[in-house]
Design a protein around this ligand. Structure first.
Ligand code: HEM
Ligand SMILES: *[C@@H]1O[C@H](CO)[C@@H](O)[C@H](O)[C@H]1NC(C)=O
Ligand SMILES: *[C@@H]1O[C@H](CO)[C@@H](O)[C@H](O)[C@H]1NC(C)=O
Ligand SMILES: *[C@@H]1O[C@H](CO)[C@@H](O)[C@H](O)[C@H]1NC(C)=O
Ligand SMILES: *[C@@H]1O[C@H](CO)[C@@H](O)[C@H](O)[C@H]1NC(C)=O
Length: 431
């Protein structure tokens, strides 16, 4: 037998073996498109529009199906019923964190975002408690966000109403809020140390953890510098880009829909006025603005397929068997674009969160922060930042587009797991 024939034989054996491994594992799993060896279903998925691809597949295979990203199966949950059943009704079983090759390398399973089991529970409880304790210190978190909102307005004033890309400035503000909470100190937007953090918040910067140990906010002896450092850097990672990207999208949508902008500004004028800064108490009197912020998050959908979850044990789900550790992908898009809950889901309309009388209308389908046990740990802070930053900006400026409004592109661009607004410029005109 020649070397070529031998090679072909070996390859065929490998191929058969991998097919056999895949199909023996597939028997109990939910149905799905047949995976190719090694590359799985990659060819059936459009990486630029994963949530659309998953929605296409759900039309064929139903709300619970399996796709292979490479050799490993992931179970996809599509639509409110399946997502709620898993994340809320059976939260404990679905509270694992799915694997994230890049994250494992940098974080070694520490930190809150990517940890699992007992470690995750302890870190999550600890982080939430720390956030709460720090927030109830001399100055509460609302004060800090308000201060940052004022600095943000000062910074925007320096643009002198000329066209600018708001990405950088809007990125500084949420980062500074986390600095302010963790270091008890905010930084000038040009400060070298601050800019360094902005660039490297995802690396394990040891210096980040030291202020915590001085602060003596550490009730558990078993928290090592490593776990703390990574938890802190998770807070920067999870709390900076998310909020600033949402702010950037909000301004873009307000440029595109001047009638929405006008109603929000009318409400700010009426409820807050010109004498003082907006505060969180105002929100309950500002249903339109509250609805606008929810609608921005619903429409934009920062994490269309959520962060990956994993089942923490063997799970029987709707007559399927999902083995322990299997990655679970929940399509948040399928929930937030549900056409019964939100008629005309493809349209940006704050009316999706208002009743006939114009009161704010809550929806269980609003899952921008996910739901259940693993839900965003910074939801309260994020909602506070979005409300206070947007209202303070719109109290001081009106927004002007640089191009004709009908040429303004609002189609999101996929950036890995996250969706981001297309780049744009605008002018902040002082009122
Ligand atoms: C608009 C802003 C934000 C959005 C849309 C958002 C959304 C999310 C989503 C969808 C998850 C995954 C939940 C899941 O796995 O089911 C998450 C997790 C997380 N978020 Fe946020 N987030 C935002 C802001 C923040 C902020 C400001 C912080 C921190 C101060 C934060 C901290 C976290 C943490 C620590 C986790 C991991 C929770 C865990 O694994 O237990 N997020 N976020
Ligand atoms: C989804 O299906 C539609 C109609 O079959 C097709 O035109 C579109 O390209 C598909 N999109 C993705 C991302 O797979
Ligand atoms: C922190 O990390 C150490 C290993 O460095 C580990 O033994 C310990 O259990 C961790 N603690 C928590 C709460 O994750
Ligand atoms: C924003 O506008 C309000 C009302 O005109 C004013 O009181 C406040 O000082 C302004 N904020 C900043 C930071 O300029
Ligand atoms: C994905 O596809 C849908 C429908 O075809 C479209 O409305 C949406 O804008 C696309 N998203 C991205 C990020 O391209």
């Amino acid at each position: 037998m020649g070397p070529v024939a031998l090679l072909v034989l070996c390859l065929s054996c490998l191929l058969l073996l991998s097919l056999w491994i895949q199909s023996s594992g597939r028997r109990k799993l939910p149905p799905g498109p047949t995976p190719l060896p090694i590359i799985g279903n990659i060819l059936q998925l459009d990486v630029k529009n994963i949530s659309k691809s998953l929605s296409n597949l759900s039309k064929v295979y139903g709300p619970v199906f399996t796709v292979y990203f490479g050799m490993k199966p992931s179970v996809v949950l599509h639509g409110y019923e399946a997502v709620k059943e898993a994340l809320i009704d059976r939260g404990e079983e679905f509270a694992g964190r799915g694997s994230f090759p890049l994250a494992e390398k940098t974080n070694k399973g520490f930190g809150i975002l990517f940890s699992n089991g007992k470690r995750w529970k302890e870190i999550r409880r600890f982080s939430l408690m720390t956030l709460r304790n720090l927030g109830m210190g001399k100055r509460n978190i609302e004060d800090r966000v308000q201060e940052e909102a004022r600095c943000l307005v000062e910074e925007l004033r320096k643009t002198n109403a000329s066209p600018c890309d708001p990405t950088f400035i809007l990125g500084c503000a949420p980062c500074n809020v986390i600095c302010s909470i963790i270091f008890q100190n905010r930084f000038d937007y040009k400060d070298k140390f601050f800019l360094n953090i902005m660039e490297r918040f995802n690396e394990n910067v040891k210096v980040l953890s030291s202020p915590w140990i001085q602060e003596k906010h550490n009730p558990h002896g078993e928290f090592t510098i490593d776990n703390l450092t990574i938890t802190v850097s998770d807070f920067f990672g999870a709390g900076t880009e998310t909020t600033s990207t949402t702010l950037r999208y909000a301004l873009l949508l307000l440029l595109k829909y001047p009638e929405v902008l006008a109603k929000v500004q009318e409400e700010i004028d009426r409820v807050v006025g010109r004498e003082r800064s907006p505060c969180m108490q105002d929100r309950s009197h500002m249903p339109y603005t509250d609805a606008m912020v929810h609608e921005v998050q619903r429409y934009f959908n920062l994490l269309p397929t959520n962060l990956p979850h994993a089942v923490t044990c063997d799970v029987k789900f709707r007559n399927y068997l999902i083995p322990k550790g299997t990655t679970i992908i929940t399509s948040l898009t399928s929930v937030m674009r549900d056409d019964k809950e939100f008629p005309n889901p493809e349209k940006f309309d704050p009316g999706h969160f208002l009743d006939e009388a114009g009161n704010f209308k809550k929806s269980d389908y609003f899952m921008a922060f996910s739901a259940g046990k693993r839900m965003c740990a910074g939801e309260g802070l994020a909602r506070m930042e979005l409300f206070l930053f947007l209202t303070t900006i719109l109290q001081n400026f009106t927004l002007k587009a640089v191009v004709d409004v009908k040429d303004l592109d609002i189609t999101p661009v996929m950036n890995g797991f996250a969706s981001v607004p297309p780049p744009y410029q605008l002018c902040f005109i002082p009122v």
